[in-house]
Design a protein around this ligand. Structure first.
Ligand SMILES: Nc1nc2c(ncn2[C@@H]2O[C@H](COP(=O)(O)OP(=O)(O)OP(=O)(O)O)[C@@H](O)[C@H]2O)c(=O)[nH]1
Length: 616
């Protein structure tokens, strides 16, 4: 049905009941696609409804509702999670990972999954190494040889050998990036606090993240071998954040360790198991199709796309068809952290999977699909949805259309970035952190592309086309690519520490900000007499009440506290017969305000100057 003309355009009309679902952050163009309409006509319709929007700008839910009522559609704005669920439902893929809905007798205990968090340099990496060395199974298999983003260690606990899974991308960036993507991976967080340094800003940030995610914390008080280490101070400091040590009557386990000397690592693992047993019901059904999360992914020259996945429920087998984010494929082989082939992986087991079509992102969920075709179709639909989401995200502050206009009007400055990193986890973490930089409203930070691997010719071309800077995190542009970038004047900045990248980008943004000015008052004078001069106009015979009056500055005239004029210039200044440049408090002077003549006795002349305000 066509709508009767609204504002001179016709639009396909619904019957008032047709439900159209659009993803949160969608634009008129996205909606137009769904009803087969011309986006420009929808702009016109919306305009006649009193709302201005460009075709590609993302609209809020209320605007969609108004539009829906007008056009006869029930427009429902769905979250990415709802949309994802619908997608999987349509392919009959079960998304449940939890233990709800499972029969009790099908559930088996699974190892806890642990993330190590803490302030920079407090010893996360060293601790993860020390834990690796503690692996009781290490001896037989030659230890953990492969960095795949996660590993499992085994430990004797009350006569039983138990496994613990560690996500070994240290730091809460990985944790937050995954959480931002809706993946709940971590069961327990180990908060590392150096005993010689105590609680630091990122300690607090990390614990806030863990607490917000409802993840129990075990505190590793590290570096107890260092002189001046004060483990009880750490305990005391953390009580302020609701982490009260057991020995102080709380329920958080604190373990004093030295990652460097491998001291007490066993007790730390013990504490992890005790905390898991006391606070969590860690069970899963191993006898079902697998589901889980991609922890890390790489493009390997010889083996193609590889992804380390953490199985959360079910068992993953070689030969299964899987979808991970928008990547898909049949599992060709699986490797564990010892570099050994495994044929199946049960709950909480991290394995590196070979055989995917492309590189998924850290935090992407993976599911087993009934067959290859379904896997491919699901991945393709997911990719389309992702593209839309990325667009919506990059439109966060300004759309392309607005941008040109705003640039022309000098209203915004934009910093375009292209991010490249060695593994998808770090790219995600970097993107996440960069988008969180608070730069106020007058600068726009856009990440126009991101990816894993070396900096390519394509990246450089895109950077040229959009005046972007390329950020390389543990990757470089090599050989002719580096020359090309240099020749074309494309800036590539290399980093190996995320915080450094963030700091520099932040500084660059601040440098780009247009200076802000503030008014600084210089002095005030009160008018005592008015002299009329045919040559100079009016002269205000005044006495300087405060500060000093300077020739050439701006003035504001107030009468009984009310501003009568602003932006008037002190055109001339005299003491008796002499021209002077300034007159100080307590002295009389003649002030000439140029062509400004509205003066009365008792008026105050306040002079001021605009000064650039330093950025905080
Ligand atoms: N004396 C002593 N030094 C330690 C201990 N643990 C770590 N260190 C040292 O502390 C420094 C930082 O350790 P890392 O493991 O790199 O710290 P991190 O928290 O991973 O640091 P980032 O990855 O930069 O956030 C290194 O020089 C370590 O050798 C310890 O138990 N005792």
């Amino acid at each position: 049905m066509q709508a009767p003309s609204i504002g001179g355009v016709t639009v396909p009309r619904g019957d008032g009941k047709t439900t159209i679902r659009v993803r949160r952050g969608s634009s008129l163009t996205d909606f137009a696609d769904k009803i087969n309409a011309n986006p420009a006509s929808l702009v016109t319709v919306l305009f006649h409804l009193g709302e201005m929007a460009t075709a590609t700008q993302s609209l809020d839910e209320d605007t969609f509702k108004v539009l829906g009522v007008e056009l006869g559609y029930d427009i429902q704005v769905v979250s990415p999670e709802e949309e994802e669920k619908e997608l999987f439902d349509s392919f009959n893929i079960d998304l449940e990972t939890g233990i709800e809905g499972e029969e009790d007798e099908d559930l088996e205990a699974r190892p806890p999954v642990v993330t190590v968090m803490g302030h920079v340099d407090h010893g996360k990496t060293r601790l993860l190494d020390a834990i690796r060395n503690e692996d009781v199974a290490g001896g037989e298999s030659g230890g953990i040889t492969q960095h795949i983003g996660a590993y499992q260690v085994r430990k004797e606990h009350e006569g039983v050998e138990r496994a613990i899974t560690f996500i070994d991308t240290p730091g809460h960036e990985a944790f937050t990036a995954m959480r931002a993507r809706g993946a709940k991976v971590t069961d327990i967080a180990i908060l590392v606090v150096a005993a010689d340094d105590g609680v630091m800003p990122q300690t607090i940030e990390a614990l806030n993240h863990a607490q917000a995610a409802d993840v129990p914390i075990v505190v590793a008080v590290n570096k107890i071998d260092v002189e001046g280490a004060n483990p009880s101070k750490v305990r005391q400091q953390l009580t302020e954040y609701n982490l009260v040590a057991e020995e102080y009557g709380g329920d958080t386990m604190f373990v004093d360790v030295s990652a460097r000397q491998g001291q007490n690592i066993d007790s730390l693992l013990e504490a992890v198991l005790l905390t898991a047993d006391a606070a969590l019901d860690l069970r899963a059904n191993p006898d079902r199709e697998a589901r889980g999360v991609a922890i890390e992914a790489n493009l390997d020259r010889g083996r193609g796309a590889t992804a380390t996945v953490l199985v959360q429920t079910g068992t993953l087998h070689v030969g299964d068809s899987i979808v991970a984010g928008s990547a898909y494929g049949r599992v060709r082989a699986m490797l564990d952290e010892h570099g050994e082939n495994v044929t199946e992986a049960g709950p909480s087991r991290p394995v590196q999977v070979l055989g995917l079509s492309s590189v998924p992102r850290a935090g992407d969920t993976f599911v087993v699909a009934p067959d290859d075709r379904t896997a491919r179709q699901t991945a393709e639909r997911r990719e389309a949805a992702d593209r839309q989401a990325v667009l919506a995200k990059s439109r966060k502050r300004i759309s392309l259309e607005d941008l040109n206009e705003a640039l022309a009007a000098g209203r915004v400055e934009t910093l375009n970035l292209i991010l490249k990193g060695d593994v998808s986890g770090s790219v995600e973490a970097l993107e996440d952190a960069l988008l969180k930089i608070d730069v106020g409203d007058d600068v726009d930070l856009r990440i126009i592309d991101r990816g894993v691997g070396a900096i390519t010719m394509n990246n450089i071309n895109l950077a040229m086309a959009s005046s972007a800077i390329i950020v390389g995190y543990n990757v470089r542009a090599e050989g002719q690519n580096a020359d090309y970038a240099e020749r074309e004047g494309v800036e590539i900045r290399y980093y190996s520490v995320i915080y450094q990248a963030i700091d520099e980008v932040e500084a660059a943004l601040k440098g780009m900000l247009k200076p802000e000015f503030e008014e600084v008052e210089l002095g005030t004078a009160e008018i005592r007499e008015i002299f009329r001069s045919s040559k100079f106009g009016n002269i205000a015979g005044s006495i300087v009440r405060s500060g000093e009056i300077r020739r050439g500055t701006k003035a504001r005239i107030t009468r009984n506290g009310v501003v009568v004029s602003e932006n008037v210039e002190v055109a001339g200044l005299r003491r008796f017969k002499d021209d002077v440049t300034d007159v100080r408090e307590g002295f009389e002077c003649g002030i000439n305000l140029g062509s400004y003549n509205d003066l009365q006795l008792g008026d105050l002349i306040a002079t001021y100057e605009m000064r650039e305000k330093p950025r905080a």
